[in-house]
Unconditional design. Structure first.
Length: 272
């Protein structure tokens, strides 16, 4: 308790002494440097899953969202998975479906996030021998614009989407086996709140700037503050969010996701 009070006093003194510099420093937002520019279609043995989109359903859902009315067809969907349908036609309109590996972002999310926020999203699947369950990971990378409110901890938005957080911990992901470098990402165990389902999902997330990588939201905030105060730079940050359903156990799913992350990072991030 005494140690905590001492730390608070030290931080308070630093904050007061640096306040004039913070207020007087001209800050420039660096828009040209993106921590993450794209998501690859293959990550090791994992391959991006093709999703199917009906242009007519997309149009109806967009119109309903903008007019704040129910869609013309209540069964209209933003996206179909490739293994859900017998053929490549919309089951509602009978129109040919468009194939893509880029999962569309909902209109609500686009509206809520600040202008200039970039979102990349893909499903990845690991081929199996037919006996093991199909493993899938949904990867989302959100990159801020000039407004940093687009970057936040998933603990803030997951409950609003109907997920209850069962536990929170750190998971070490090997970055370089030879140098024994690891990244401690944040791991959440979540489950649906409203639906009577016992299924759980594992969530991993971490943050990236053009030259920094961390699994800690506090470090991200401190580094952002340091760059603004001492360098007059407001760098764009990204956060990566990985979600995968638990097939057998949380430990096994977490291990698979850690291996996937170790292969994904070199493909999407080239910073320090």
């Amino acid at each position: 308790m005494v140690q905590s009070k001492k730390l608070l006093i030290i931080f308070g003194i630093l904050a007061v002494s640096l306040l004039p510099r913070f207020l007087l420093t001209e800050v420039r937002t660096v828009m040209s440097e993106l921590p993450v520019k794209f998501l690859a279609d293959r990550v090791g043995e994992w391959e991006a899953v093709e999703v199917l989109i009906c242009p007519q359903c997309h149009k109806e859902l967009q119109e309903a969202f903008l007019q704040r009315t129910p869609p013309k067809n209540p069964k209209a969907r933003m996206v179909y998975m490739e293994d859900e349908l017998e053929d490549e036609r919309c089951p509602i309109h009978g129109l040919p479906l468009v194939k893509t590996t880029d999962v569309p972002i909902s209109f609500l999310v686009k509206t809520v996030l600040p202008q200039g926020t970039l979102i990349l999203r893909k499903w990845y699947r690991k081929p199996t021998n037919g006996r093991a369950p199909i493993r899938r990971v949904l990867v989302t990378v959100v990159t801020s614009g000039a407004d940093k409110r687009g970057i936040h901890r998933p603990e803030r938005c997951l409950p609003a989407q109907g997920w209850g957080i069962v536990s929170r911990s750190k998971l070490a992901v090997p970055l370089s086996p030879a140098a024994k470098r690891t990244l401690n990402v944040t791991r959440l165990i979540v489950r649906p709140v409203q639906r009577k389902e016992k299924r759980k999902e594992v969530v991993l997330y971490w943050f990236m700037s053009p030259d920094r990588l961390t699994g800690s939201n506090m470090k991200r905030l401190l580094w952002g503050w340091w760059d603004r105060v001492f360098h007059g730079r407001n760098y764009r940050w990204s956060y990566a969010l990985l979600i995968s359903p638990v097939e057998r156990s949380v430990a096994e799913t977490s291990e698979q996701m850690a291996r996937f992350t170790a292969k994904l990072l070199p493909l999407i991030y080239g910073g320090g």
